[in-house]
Design a protein around this ligand. Sequence first.
Ligand SMILES: NC(=O)c1ccc[n+]([C@@H]2O[C@H](COP(=O)([O-])OP(=O)(O)OC[C@H]3O[C@@H](n4cnc5c(N)ncnc54)[C@H](O)[C@@H]3O)[C@@H](O)[C@H]2O)c1
Length: 368
Amino acid sequence: MAVRKSGMEVMVKEQLKIYKNKKVFVTGHTGFKGSWLVLALQELGCEVHGYALNSDSIPNHYGLHTLNIHSTISDIRNSESLQKALQESQAEIVFHLAAQSLVRPSYSDPVYTYDVNVMGSLHLLNAVRSCEHVRAVLMITTDKVYDNREMDYAYNETDRLGGYDMYSSSKACCEILISSFRNSFFNHKQYGIEHQVLITSVRAGNVIGGGDWSVDRLIPDIMKATAKEQKVILRNPTAIRPWQHVLDCLGGYLLLGAHLLNKEIAIAKAWNIAPEKNEASSVEKIIQLAQNYWPKIQYEIQSVAGNVHEAQLLMLDNAEIKEKLQWRPIYTTQEAVELTVSWYQSYYEDNKVVTSQQIRNFFNHSWN
Ligand SMILES: NC(=O)c1ccc[n+]([C@@H]2O[C@H](COP(=O)([O-])OP(=O)(O)OC[C@H]3O[C@@H](n4cnc5c(N)ncnc54)[C@H](O)[C@@H]3O)[C@@H](O)[C@H]2O)c1
């Protein structure tokens, strides 16, 4: 796999040194992205405190590791328990990932989706108000927060918010909540006078990588079927998405967090993290790429009864984070698929979990 290296990447690597010995609070640490984030933070030398529910997927990525973290298993909507855990952590930086993170279940339980995503975010932000040790907050929303007009257009951070389905609209509501909370309680004009908190929201999506066993996501569906020597059923093969490797996405979160810890007020806004526009690919192209690395993968296209609406075309503009923060995707879509397939192959065929090795490669080679 090609390794790209530039002066900018050396600078990014330098900026991540700020995490050494930092206390970090991660909500959703038992989930797919959260568990990768915990491992990456530990690699950077952080003391990590997690807050989430137990994972109900079998197997689950978090459970595959023996992690030395302070873990609180509790509901994000329980404001008392959340505030206690945040207070006890004495964390300087918070990554909020806990969510009902799936589109299809949001159709069957819209109230729960809004409750966890919107009210959960509100409880978290409100807890930050009474925790003077917190200086930086990253609220993880999604690429689906835009009013998607399904055009050949990559949405930028100033585009109109929307959301056809309940998951997307709940996350768009979070964006309004975050902006309102920033204006009301952590206003830029009062920074350093009345408060010391910088909040950003981050819109990234279609993250792929090893260890995801969620229901109704493409990569988990492919890997679960392949492990059972079955064909995976594709329900929306022509849908185009900005796929990116979980480490490219987390690299963006970490970089934004480093700038917040550096007290850069201009960073406290919404950011897109996305692959290059010309990398957006269809679901069928992703599975065909995956077959190149694991020929056992087989698929069948079927219109499944009761299909709910899912966007056909979604692309994000990554220009701002590239220009202002020198972030860039390290992996092409093809490389992201290769890394993902090799993770599951190692797991299913060699009984090995290669997350830490992939994280070290990302930090040591890509950003060295
Ligand atoms: N995976 C993706 O492709 C993707 C794309 C866009 C945005 N996101 C966002 O990134 C974040 C992480 O996504 P993920 O893929 O890791 O999701 P995930 O479903 O794997 O993990 C969700 C986490 O939230 C926790 N959680 C759920 N409900 C909770 C509750 N009521 N109380 C406390 N904790 C609760 C779970 O325990 C878990 O730790 C989410 O906010 C999601 O919306 C993910």
